[in-house]
Design a protein around this ligand. Sequence first.
Ligand code: DAT
Ligand code: MG
Length: 140
Amino acid sequence: MAIERTLSIIKPDATKRNLTGKINAKFEEAGLRIVAQKRIQLTMDQAGKFYEVHKERPFYGELCEFMASEPVVVQVLEGEGAIAKNREVMGATNPAEADEGTIRKEYALSVGENSVHGSDAPETAAEEISFFFSGLEIVG
Ligand code: DAT
Ligand code: MG
């Protein structure tokens, strides 16, 4: 399988509970390399743009407010099949449906406050990486 890059976000519920290191350990144990990382606080406008694909969904406003409520850690993960592998390590969107050992099973508080974001396909990964990082900031 090809080496890929994917965009990951450690969400406000997790940064608030000081879980950045524990979540990063899950990525590294799965063979994903953190090749770029920064801690930022999103504005409502930035959160709205990032999640624009969900703008017709009933939870859009709540989702954007949550994402702008506290700092997040945005990162680029690299590895073989990194996009699907990251989704596996994250677990299902709803933590009640997530497999044992996944980040969301262990740390997520609810379907909304679910600790991590991960790109879902090669096209979205490329778009989401360039939303936060320039090429110079990614060192594989
Ligand atoms: P994922 O983050 O697993 O890719 P998604 O893209 O369907 O899931 O949704 C993006 C985020 O929106 C998700 O991580 C949390 C929030 N969300 C999704 N469904 C929700 C719901 N039914 N109620 C509240 N928030 C929801
Ligand atoms: Mg998604």
